[in-house]
Ligand binder design. Sequence first.
Ligand code: PEP
Length: 250
Amino acid sequence: MQRTPLIAANWKMNGSVALVEEITRELASLNLSETEVLICPPATLINCFSAERNFMLGAQNVSHEKAGAFTGELSTDLLLEAGARFVIIGHSERRTLNFESDGLIAAKLAAAVNAGLTPVLCIGETLEQRQQEKTQQVLARQLDAVYASQPELLAKSVIAYEPIWAIGTGESATPQQAQTTHAFIRQHLKQYDTQSAIRVKLLYGGSVNADNCAALFDQADIDGALVGGASLKPAEFAQICLAVTKGAKE
Ligand code: PEP
């Protein structure tokens, strides 16, 4: 069973209809037959994308509630109707700024999978936790919170390792740091289901750009990237997509 590479863009609270058109044009010229590309724009832009495109769409957040009196929230059904097929869950900005707990993230992930959306679960440690050598402990807690009681969801998930100290700082993890951590994550996931742990795509996120991506993608357990800042620059994002087009890993 092979893992097809995935490059995902997290536009965060950025973008415009003009950027939707620009990225669609830029990616249209690429041969993406061996790579999956996912754009997660702000939810209001999801249905501004044309059906004529060679990449997939996702949202950056979802409610765990099905429908009802939840002002400002978006349900899985609304996202699916808009055209999303993926959703980012547990991004560190939402864990920190929106006080999302491990329990809420687990509920959102279950709601997404049950509705037919593929979750991109983000996990990662702070600089202080890394310096205190608590990285593995933190990641294990974040994974266990989601999969210990619902291991069957792993087969339907994508996981993004995003060290918080590397997000938006210009300081990516080194390929060796990222590989060591990805190998730990894959090993840890084997307790839930060995086959799913081998098959699950593990993305690296944190200051990925056109210059540092190739060395990251060379690592055995890095199956692509979740890209923030560089995904707002269509030409650079296209270069990152091309850098990973080297065939699937197993
Ligand atoms: C992110 O926030 O998911 C991210 C990876 O951002 P950046 O690439 O800008 O570090």
